[in-house]
Each structure stands twice: as C-alpha cells, then as structure tokens.
Design a protein around this ligand. Structure first.
Ligand code: HOZ
Length: 428
C-alpha cells in the first residue's frame, strides 16, 4: 500500500489527470495497489513522497543503467542548461552525438534524433515504407513499439497490461496494413512472407522483448528474420529502445550478430532526458527530408540539454560496465530462482544481461501466448510483498525489470532477502 502522502497526491491527481498518471502502467492497477509518488532518486534507490527508500528495478523503464543522479550526467545537464535549454537549430553537440551513436552501432551509417521511442519507431517505419514503396509492416504479438496508431495492434506493455492490445481510437484503416505473427515463430513469418512478401515494407521486432516481460529470441530467430527480409526486399527494423546500450554498447545486434537495415534507440541514449533516435544504412536514411520525400521533424529533436546527457552517458559505457551488469544480473537470476524454489513458488526467471523478469509460470516463456498464461495474481502478491519490503519492481508481469551498475552486493542481499519472504506470500 502506498504511504499516506502518495495516497493524498494520487487522490488529487485523479481529479486532474486521467487515471492519475501520465503513462498507464504507472497507475499500479495491474498489481492491485496505488502508485508511490517519487520525491528523489540516487544510485539504485528511489525515495517515496514520505521519505521511504526503495531499491529500484524500474530504472525509469530502462534509461538509468548508470544509476540515478550520476554526478557526471548531472554536471553535463547543468552546464548545457546554463547555455540555453532549446534553440531549434543545429549544434556541435548533435554532430558529436551522431558520430558517437554511429560508431557504437555500426549498422547505423546515419542517424536522426527525436524525442521518444514512439517517435523513433513511427518514423523508422514511415521511412521503410517510403524507401520500399510498400505499405505493410509485420510486428510480433506482445511486442510494443510505442503508441503510434498502426503499431497498437496486438501490442504488449501497458496496452497488454490493461487489456487494450488493439486500442480504441485506432481506425481500421490505420491497422489494416499491420500484420502480426507470434514471437519466435519463424514458420509463421515464412508463411506470411510466402503469401504477401512483395507487399511488406518492414519487419519490426524487439530483439529481446521487454514489453511482455523479458523474452529472449530463440536461436536462429533473428537470423531467420534477417534472411527473409533480404530475400523479399523488406527492411529489418530492430527496436533497440530497451536493448540499445543495455545489453552491450552495440546493443542486441552486437550480441546476436544480426545486422538490421534500421535501428531505433531511446531510453539509455538520452541519459534520463527525452531523447531517442533512429538510424541505418545511408541510402535509406537519405530518403528523409530535406534530402528525400519522407517527412519527419521535431521542435525538440536534438535538444542541447538532452544531447549533453546522452553524450555524457555514452562516454561512461565502457566494456567493464557490461561485465559488471552481467555479474549483477547472474547473481540476481540465481538468487531469485533459489529463493522461489525454497519458498515453493512456481516461477520462471528469464534474463538477458541487465533486463529480466520473474514470470509466475512453470515453463519457458517464448511468446505472448506463454507470457499471458502467467499467474498475474501471484505476480501482484509478489509485487506487493516486495514493495512493502522496500523493493520497487515494474508494476506489471509484462514489463521487464532493469538493474544498474550501482546495484552492489549489499543492495542485492537486501533484494534477495525481501524476495525470499515475498515469494512465500505470493503462493497465496
Ligand atoms: N510502457 C512503458 C514501458 N514499457 C512505460 C513507460 C512509463 O510509464 O513511463
């Protein structure tokens, strides 16, 4: 249960903000509680409105891989803000940032900045359609690529959590050209390409899904998508909004050795400020206005404060950092599994690098069909048990948890001690 200050803020919020929140999953409805209103954050911790400290595994839904309020990032933001917060004109920092992104993710010869993952995915797919002259796009059930109309089809994340994977307000015409298949089901994709391959502009996929909980690709799945796209002249778009700079500096594409035509980035690249990007082969990117006929724009795109935070973040993402993230993840994964077993709770812990999910189900989770079979009531009890012990987890079975390099051994000890008790309560 939320503290009295959070509760009273939420009552006021409900009067002025739909559902009291500016993004649905934050409402905590899926876990039967009320949201904690956050007053500050530092390292691996958040503090609630009443001063209660929580170990944070939401990490602003992905960006905070270095922990909250990293001094170098705060310095970069402060210095940049003192020079003016927005110009709507090009800056040297944008050039440096674009160079750094393209160097880290070599499949991106050129990149354009925008302000959110939704914008990045929507724009990348408009570009794919403009480049190929085709209308159809293929996405996967339970994957979430932001809330553009044509992508709210069998969508994961909050759309799945609140039972609106096909949102009201999306005209049938907007969704008509969106095809869907089961994640990790290459045969289904093959059949769709066999029937409609010449009409498909792009396949978009989260290479490791975070938006139905953490679901890794089956061996050969991403490679198979790459081959089918190449064979049929469609573009492969890897949505690396979550995985970019989290699984490796080069993202999931570096880990799995798959080269997309276009990549979308968000979250970590902005260092906690609103910044996202999409990029890819130059011949595709050069179809964007002002060079080409595909229009895309934004007042705050390449914002000087956001690019300062992004550049400072990128400069800190060393190879050692990924070794540390993996060590932390391995300890959490094994510890959570052991704790669940000891408590007699039936769970499957899935993790890739610094993203993971405890699914309340006994099998491996390979697709949305598997994920939605999880016991969401048991997850809710576990979530409540963890929260009351000071551990802040994503408030939905279908959102990945994220740790940072600041989750040290003492933090992990506290997390696993809480988990051991909370698993007992989750059994119901
Ligand atoms: N749908 C987002 C995570 N996948 C939630 C973002 C937010 O509430 O801030």
């Amino acid at each position: 249960m939320a503290d009295p200050i959070s509760r009273s803020l939420h009552e006021r919020a409900l009067r002025r903000i739909p559902g009291g929140v500016n993004s649905p999953v934050r409402a905590f409805r899926a876990v039967g509680g009320e949201p904690v209103y956050v007053s500050r954050a530092e390292g691996p911790y958040l503090w609630g409105a009443d001063g209660t400290r929580y170990i944070d595994y939401v990490g602003s839904w992905g960006p905070m891989v270095l922990g909250h309020a990293h001094p170098a990032i705060l310095r970069a933001i402060t210095e940049a803000a003192a020079m003016g917060t927005s110009y709507g004109a090009p800056t040297e920092r944008e050039v440096l940032f674009a160079e750094a992104l393209c160097e880290a993710v070599p499949s991106m010869e050129k990149v354009r900045l925008c302000s959110s993952g939704t914008e990045a995915c929507m724009s990348a797919l408009r570009l794919a359609r403009g480049f190929t002259g085709r209308d159809k796009v293929l996405k996967f059930e339970g994957c979430y690529h932001g809330h553009a109309d044509f992508l709210l089809v069998k969508a994961g994340s909050g759309a799945a959590t609140f039972g609106v994977p096909d949102s009201a307000g999306v005209p049938e015409a907007a969704a008509r050209n969106t095809l869907t298949a089961r994640f990790n089901d290459l045969d289904a994709v093959r059949a769709i390409f066999a029937a409609q391959g010449s009409e498909i502009a792009a396949v978009i996929v989260e290479p490791v899904v975070g938006n139905m909980g953490c679901v890794p690709p089956a061996p050969g799945f991403l490679e198979g998508l790459r081959a089918l796209c190449t064979e049929h002249g469609a573009l492969l778009v890897l949505d690396e909004v979550m995985t970019g700079f989290r699984l490796a500096r080069g993202g999931a594409q570096a880990v799995f050795g798959v080269t997309p035509d276009l990549t979308t980035l968000g979250k970590i690249v902005g260092g906690g400020l609103p910044l996202a990007a999409f990029g890819g082969r130059a011949e595709i990117m050069d179809r964007l206005a002002p060079l080409g006929p595909v229009y895309q724009a934004g007042t705050l795109s390449g914002n000087p404060v956001a690019t300062a935070a992004g550049l400072a973040t990128l400069s800190l993402l060393t190879p050692d950092l990924y070794v540390t993230l993996e060590r932390i993840g391995a300890r959490l994964e094994a510890g959570l599994r052991d704790a669940a077993r000891a408590a007699g709770a039936t769970v499957t812990v899935q993790r890739v690098g610094a993203m993971w999910t405890v699914f309340f189900t006994d099998g491996p989770v390979r697709s949305w069909d598997d994920a939605r079979g999880a016991d969401t009531k048991a997850f809710a009890r576990w979530h409540q048990g963890m929260l009351k012990r000071g551990v802040y987890l994503p408030p939905s079975q279908w959102e990945a948890a994220f740790h940072s390099v600041t989750h040290d051994d003492a933090v992990l000890d506290a997390t696993l001690a809480a988990a051991a008790e909370a698993f007992g309560e989750a059994r119901g």
